[in-house]
Design a protein around this ligand. Structure first.
Ligand SMILES: Cc1cc2nc3c(=O)[nH]c(=O)nc-3n(C[C@H](O)[C@H](O)[C@H](O)COP(=O)(O)OP(=O)(O)OC[C@H]3O[C@@H](n4cnc5c(N)ncnc54)[C@H](O)[C@@H]3O)c2cc1C
Length: 401
């Protein structure tokens, strides 16, 4: 049976996050964005609401909510600002859900539990100065030395790089496979900020997601215990792809929230502003832009909800999640551009939020698989070059709430 109603639990999560955004985020976001200020005080507040461990099982310190609740939280957070949704994407989806699925019981106890409770902040370190889309182009190495690995390399464009405590890092453990560009030579590691040889910095002068922290980190002869390796040696690429699938889901839901923010701001402005003696909302070409936002919001929402529904049942959703992410992020670019257009010259200033939406939406068309990478993936699924066979999605199914 197919249903489109949200449950009482879903509605309560939506309302909780909506109130948090309206009370704690919206009053300050204009200033934080223009000053490029990451507001750390939001983290304990998000932790108190349970957002940092929302869909992690309670036995691992989390709150047992389902994946649709996660999507709803992301939609509401990005309605406020993209930087808030990014926290959930890297901390909970790319890092936490990957640890939940691939970690040993000891690893979950040691790292996932404090993350889910919001005592430690986590992120995901794949991209390097010379490699983003081309994952096997990374250069970071992990050389085995007895009971440790010695990690060396540079990661860049990492969300929360300068504030996170835990880093999921990808590195080559097999130099021969690296030469052959064979991804079976990659492995994943849990690195802590406190480890000797770790240092980080912030990218200043970003023109989007300015209220978020984005930066770089360096690993110089960092001795990482073998117990910090996630999965087996050689499983790094599989782990990275799994993590990205979780992250993309949150990006799709978040971009949907950004489209809704564009629609709400544009509706208000179009009804209040008059030209040629009528509200601009009465002009057909303005209506066309509003209608486009409605179309983009509804279709983006249906696509991420379907992914959440599949995730809740532990079913494969890689093709659907790629499609949802691709569609919602490209649609959010269109919505933000039209929102600025509807605001005319006022949209070109920081007096109205639509300029921020326009700058923020672009990041999601680049990270977690660029628009081009998702275009290729969708073509490859359709052409049979990429497998769309049902498989376990590697996340524990959760009962629908
Ligand atoms: C705000 C922000 C936050 C980020 N946070 C993180 C993070 O937390 N962790 C992390 O690991 N990374 C993060 N990233 C990095 C992001 O994942 C990469 O930027 C992304 O993977 C693209 O890589 P790149 O920038 O090196 O571009 P490239 O891979 O060099 O691509 C450049 C251009 O070439 C195109 N292109 C590349 N290959 C192909 C192809 N085969 N066919 C057609 N076109 C192609 C791309 O689509 C793009 O348009 C973040 C980026 C941003 C902007």
């Amino acid at each position: 049976m197919i249903g489109f109603d949200l449950s009482e639990v879903h509605l309560s999560v939506q309302e909780l996050v909506r109130q948090f955004v309206s009370r704690e985020v919206l009053p300050e976001i204009g200033r934080n964005d223009s000053e490029g200020q990451f507001d750390r005080s939001l983290l304990p507040k998000m932790a108190r609401l349970g957002l940092l461990g929302l869909c992690i099982p309670s036995r691992h310190g989390g709150f047992d909510f389902d994946y649709i609740s996660l999507g709803l939280a992301c939609e509401e957070l990005e309605y406020g600002d993209t930087s808030l949704r990014v926290i959930l994407s890297v901390h909970l989806a790319l890092h936490g859900l990957t640890l939940l699925s691939w970690g040993s019981e000891e690893q979950k106890e040691r790292w996932l539990k404090p993350q889910a409770r919001g005592e430690k902040l986590a992120t995901f370190g794949l991209t390097e100065p010379d490699a983003g889309s081309d994952v096997v182009g990374i250069r970071t190495t992990a050389r085995r030395d007895g009971a440790h690995y010695i990690l060396n390399g540079e990661k860049t464009w990492i969300s929360l790089a300068d504030v996170a405590d835990h880093f999921l890092v990808f590195a080559w453990t097999d130099p021969d496979r690296r030469e052959q560009r064979d991804h079976r030579g990659l492995s994943a590691f849990l690195v802590e900020r406190s480890m000797k040889g770790f240092s980080s910095g912030t990218h200043h002068r970003k023109w989007g997601i300015r209220a978020g922290n984005t930066g770089y980190f360096s690993l110089q002869d960092v001795r990482v215990p073998a117990a910090n390796r996630l999965g087996k040696e050689g499983e790094g690429f599989k782990i990275a792809m799994f993590a990205l699938e979780q992250g993309r889901y949150t990006v799709a839901a978040g971009a949907t929230g950004l489209i809704r923010a564009c629609l709400d701001a544009s509706r208000k402005y179009a009804l209040g502003r008059s030209t040629f003696e009528v509200p601009i909302a009465r002009h057909q070409l303005v209506k066309q832009m509003i209608a486009g936002m409605v179309r983009d919001y509804e279709t983006s929402r249906l696509l991420w909800l379907r992914c959440g529904w599949l995730k809740n049942q532990g079913r494969r959703n890689n093709r659907e999640t790629s499609l949802a992410k691709w569609h919602a992020t490209v649609a959010s670019e269109r919505a933000a551009s039209d929102a600025v257009q509807i605001h005319g010259a006022n949209g070109f200033s920081d007096e109205y939020p639509v300029g921020r939406y326009y700058r923020n939406c672009k990041g999601a068309v680049i990270y977690e698989g660029t628009r081009e990478i998702h275009t290729l993936m969708q073509a490859d699924y359709a052409l049979g070059f990429r497998s769309d066979r049902p498989r376990r999605c590697d996340l524990p199914p959760v009962p629908e709430s």
